[in-house]
Write a protein that binds this ligand. Structure first.
Ligand SMILES: C[S@@+](CC[C@H](N)C(=O)[O-])C[C@H]1O[C@@H](n2cnc3c(N)ncnc32)[C@H](O)[C@@H]1O
Length: 250
C-alpha cells in the first residue's frame, strides 16, 4: 500500500527512512528505552508481533551493538533475539524468526527451544490486529491481543523480567492494568512522543515479573482463571467482557 503525503511529511517517517529503520515505530521503542532503560541487563529478548521488524532492528542494534563493543550484560551470556509474527519478514542479523501465532503454545515452546531452556529477560509486543474503525470493537480486540501477549510472556519471561506492550487507552483501560498488576510489581503507562497524538495507543512498561504463588502458565486461558489475583477485579473484568462482546455483536 502506498504512503500518503501526510505520512511523508511526518518527521519520524522521514527519520526512519534516513536511518534505515523498517518503520517509524522504531522510535517508540527507542524513546521507551530512553525513559525506562529497558535494555541494560538484557541478553535474551523476544519481539512479539514483530513484522515488518523495526522493533527487532532496535533490539539487534542495541543488544548486539553492545556485545560487539565487548560490553556484555548478565555475566557475559550470548545475546539471543527471537521475533514472532503471523507474517514472514525479511531476515535481520542476529534475529531468529518464528512465523507463528502468539496465542499458540507451540510458539511459546519454539521460543524456549531457541533460548535452550533459559527464560527471556525482556518481552516486547507492538501487536495490532486489523483495525475495523469501530472504536469499541478495536479496543476489545486490542485488549485480547495484549492478554494473549501477556499469556505467552508468562511462559517465557524470567522472574524479575520486563514486558512492554501496546495498549489502547480506552475507557476501561484500568481493568487491563489490574490484570497486569497481578503479574508485575510495577506497571507504568507511557506515550512516547513519536506515537501520534491522534491515536489512543500507548505502551505499558511492566517491570519485575512476579507471578502469583502457585501460578502455572497455561495457554488454554490462565488469565481468565479467577483463582489468581483479586476476585472483585475478576468479577468486574467478566462484566466488562460481556459488555464488549454484546457491543461487538450488535
Ligand atoms: C504494528 S505491526 C508491528 C510493527 C513492528 N513492531 C515494527 O516495528 O515493525 C503489528 C503486527 O502484529 C501482528 N500480529 C497480529 N496478531 C498476531 C498474532 N496473533 N500472532 C502474531 N502476530 C500477530 C501482525 O501480523 C502485524 O505484523
Amino acid at each position: 500500500m502506498g504512503r500518503s503525503s501526510k505520512d511523508k511529511r511526518d518527521i519520524y517517517y522521514r527519520l526512519a527512512k534516513e536511518e534505515g529503520w523498517r518503520a517509524r515505530s522504531a522510535f517508540k521503542l527507542l524513546q521507551l528505552d530512553h525513559e525506562f532503560n529497558l535494555f541494560s541487563d538484557v541478553n535474551r529478548a523476544v519481539d512479539l508481533c514483530a513484522a515488518p521488524g523495526s522493533w527487532s532492528q532496535v533490539l539487534s542494534r542495541k543488544l548486539r551493538g553492545r556485545e560487539e563493543k565487548g560490553e556484555k550484560a548478565n555475566g557475559g551470556e550470548e545475546v539471543k533475539i527471537v521475533a514472532v509474527d503471523l507474517q514472514a519478514m525479511a531476515p535481520l542479523p542476529g534475529v531468529t524468526q518464528i512465523q507463528g501465532d502468539i496465542t499458540k503454545v507451540s510458539t511459546a515452546q519454539e521460543i524456549i527451544r531457541h533460548f535452550e531452556g533459559q527464560p527471556a529477560d525482556l518481552v516486547v509486543c507492538d501487536g495490532a490486529p486489523d483495525v475495523t474503525g469501530l472504536h469499541d470493537v478495536d479496543e476489545y480486540i486490542q485488549a485480547q491481543l495484549l492478554l494473549a501477549a501477556l499469556n505467552i510472556t508468562t511462559h517465557v519471561l524470567k522472574p524479575g523480567g520486563t514486558f512492554v506492550a501496546k495498549i489502547f487507552r480506552g475507557k476501561d483501560v484500568t481493568l487491563l492494568y489490574s490484570q497486569l498488576k497481578i503479574f508485575f510489581s510495577s506497571v507504568t503507562c507511557s506515550k512516547p512522543r513519536s506515537s501520534r497524538n491522534s491515536s489512543i495507543e500507548a505502551f505499558v512498561v511492566c517491570e519485575n515479573y512476579s507471578p502469583p504463588e502457585g501460578y502455572v502458565p497455561n495457554m488454554s486461558n490462565p488469565l481468565l482463571d479467577h483463582s489468581y489475583g483479586n476476585y472483585k477485579e475478576w468479577e468486574e473484568w467478566k462484566c466488562l467482557t460481556l459488555v464488549w462482546c454484546c457491543g461487538a455483536s450488535a
